[in-house]
Write a protein that binds this ligand. Structure first.
Ligand code: FE2
Length: 293
């Protein structure tokens, strides 16, 4: 007799109906998971508070460290707006806002939205920043459909009233004294010039360094800095529950992913970032980091 082969074996719990039910449930779970990754977690901002020890401190100040905004026309402007509204309500108001790069993802034909949000940030507190691999330069221009240099992002940030510290330094006045704020250009973009912003001997004031990529640390061992603030890792962006596995981690030294680390007597702080690539996150919410110094 011809006909369809029977899947339904008598007595077997795994008949076609069960299979279809399981298939539908799996599909729903996948769709649910995808919606969660796309529509819930990327906007679930966490404010974390940590104490960052600097020599001669405490300085009685609070610094907001944010990173990796990744503004892109289709993905992230609404999220950025939400983050800025949360930051506006933080009390006490931070003494400064420190931004460690990746303002954009690739090209941004309509930068007005980003500009508006950066202007709002600059009204809260003085904003100091450096750029990341996505902000323009060797990596972005040739490997990622981005800008060949940082002029575009630089124009937006300075127009917003922010202070780029790309291979530059300045002093920041805090209630308990002054600290040096220094920055270096991005590692992957080949725009790091530490000789322009750092010294090889100890400064009289503590040096807080802004550098997008935490791997930078290994290239800066002969320069003097006390703490380095970074982003770039996005905390992994997707973290497998229970195992803690982070399949997407674009750094060589995978020990340094998020949070505070002591590294040969110096401090590293890595924030998970405000935005993300493709607007997807799982078990790794975006972060607004408050550092008490
Ligand atoms: Fe990034």
């Amino acid at each position: 007799m011809h006909g369809h082969p029977k899947i339904n074996i008598k007595g077997s719990p795994f008949n076609r109906r069960t299979f279809l039910k399981l298939f539908a449930a799996g599909g729903l779970a996948a769709a649910g998971g995808a919606s969660y990754m796309k529509f819930f977690e990327p906007g679930n901002f966490q404010i974390t508070r940590r104490r960052l020890h600097l020599p001669g401190g405490p300085y009685g100040g609070t610094l907001l460290h944010i990173s990796d905004l990744h503004a892109s026309d289709e993905v992230n402007l609404g999220l950025l707006r939400k983050a800025v509204r949360i930051i506006e309500k933080i009390r006490p108001v931070p003494n400064a806002i420190l931004i460690t790069g990746d303002f954009i993802t690739d090209r941004l034909p309509h930068p007005e939205g980003l500009l508006g949000e950066l202007q709002r940030l600059a009204k809260i507190a003085p904003c100091y920043l450096t750029y990341g691999n996505h902000d323009g330069g060797g990596w972005s221009g040739f490997a990622y459909r981005g800008y060949p240099n940082t002029d575009f992002v630089d124009r937006i940030c300075t127009q917003a009233g922010m202070y780029p510290l790309v291979n530059k330094r300045t002093e920041l006045e805090l209630p308990g004294g002054r600290v040096i704020l220094a920055g270096v250009g991005d590692l992957w973009s080949g725009s790091m010039r530490p000789e322009l912003s750092l010294k090889t001997f100890a400064d009289t004031l503590p040096v807080l360094l802004l550098s997008h990529n935490p791997d930078t640390k290994d290239r800066l061992t002969s320069w003097h800095w006390d703490a380095m603030l970074c982003g770039h890792t996005h905390g992994g962006q997707c973290v497998v529950p229970v195992f803690g596995w982070r399949p997407v981690l674009p750094v060589k030294d995978k020990r340094f992913v998020e949070g505070l680390y002591n590294w040969h007597g110096r401090t590293l702080h890595i924030t998970r970032g405000v935005g993300s690539l493709l607007g997807l996150r799982f078990n790794c919410p975006p972060e607004l980091s408050l550092l008490q110094v």
